[in-house]
Design a protein around this ligand. Sequence first.
Ligand SMILES: [Zn+2]
Length: 122
Amino acid sequence: MGRIFVVELDGRSYRCKFCGVHLAMPHDLASESFHCRRGKAYLFTNAVNITMGALEERMMLSGMHTVADIFCCCCGQIVGWKYEAAHEKSQKYKEGEFVLERGRIVGDMDLSTEIFADTGFV
Ligand SMILES: [Zn+2]
């Protein structure tokens, strides 16, 4: 369930840590050095297999933004948020982009070491 939206990913992708579904591709990675209140995060220009929560105004380190939490469409875990609008001109580049929290996704480099190996694709 939910995999129907997955496109060909050429073997490399970032996946939900909880259920292993694809969430984003490396070529959509805009920044690896993003930080949020809960720690490191990645900024992507696109994400798949997600559902969005309600829009809300949220104060970030970089100013006020209109954001929506995003959830994995398969397991329902929150995985990050989407920037709908930035109030600061200098932050406009983030509009329409997705933040995936580092602690909630796994990438290629983690596949051999994380719990994911025991819980994925059954
Ligand atoms: Zn999931």
